[in-house]
Ligand binder design. Sequence first.
Ligand SMILES: Nc1nc2c(c(=O)[nH]1)N[C@H]1C(S)=C(S)[C@@H](COP(=O)(O)O)O[C@H]1N2
Ligand SMILES: [Mo]
Length: 319
Amino acid sequence: MRRHKLTENDVTPEEIFYHRRKLIAGLGAIGGMSLLPQISQADPMPQENLLLFKKDSLNTALSLTPEDKVTGYNNFYEFGIDKGSPAQYAHTLKTAPWQVEISGEVEKPLILDLQDLYTRYPLQERIYRFRCVEAWAMVIPWIGFELNALLREVRPTSRAKYVEFETLYDPEQMPGQKNFFWGGGINYPYREGLTIAEAMHPLTLLSVGLYGKKLTPQNGAPIRLVVPWKYGFKSIKSIVKIRLTETRPLNTWQQLAPHEYGFYANVNPNVPHPRWSQASERVIGAGGLFNVKRQPTLLFNGYDEVASLYQGLDLTVNY
Ligand SMILES: Nc1nc2c(c(=O)[nH]1)N[C@H]1C(S)=C(S)[C@@H](COP(=O)(O)O)O[C@H]1N2
Ligand SMILES: [Mo]
């Protein structure tokens, strides 16, 4: 199944037109509300929340998790450890201005500002299965661009073997960074890492939106990683630093509990978490209060095209 080979030909002019029309309609609605303050010249679309993107025409068979579940049932420990806490507390996160610094083993270090995230690389929709290590699953229509587009621009040196990511560190804005218990005992800032081969894989996405709109703060605004064949904790939110390194970065959850969470964290039904099975997963937004819907977990979350990245690697040891 072609999950990621999206070319210009897969998108009809009608689709592009449709999204442009939606965008203009959105602008019109904002402009039409006369009680709102005048939109200033310097910042022509401050309320603009819609994105221009190429629709994902390949994965339409997957049934999407309802939007209110995607934006209401979250893990973002900087805002508390309950699933409802990020939606409740993250709305105050200041996501503008924003900068992402790309440095380390690269020939051309780069700083992206907020507008770059939406315009520098063409945006496309990717409907991906998403699997948390806690054995729940969603299907999310992300919008973003392939991480490899950014990496190619900064030109990794021959010493670059890994890519390290870091979330914003701002305890004044993120209560979990100020209080050990609120933040789940994590040593902040939250960090993640990939091998260069994983980072260059066309499935690996930097996401700036979902469901046609910019990311909500609880989903990791303004930019977060999405690695659909790995457990959700690899998909780090609200990124401010991307560093290419020679040595393997120590990711947050491995640092916290190395016997439970490793570096690879590939979705794998045959490697149980020490405290629970990974053989099946709970489908969020399906079933009812008393009839939880479960389905079998798929190796690499169903994205078998990544299997070649792990040839010769014992996935039981490298969990
Ligand atoms: N900075 C940061 N990134 C994070 C987390 C976090 O606590 N802090 N939680 C991770 C986990 S465990 C999961 S499952 C996903 C959840 O993403 P979602 O809330 O958008 O579904 O974000 C990941 N990224
Ligand atoms: Mo997770």
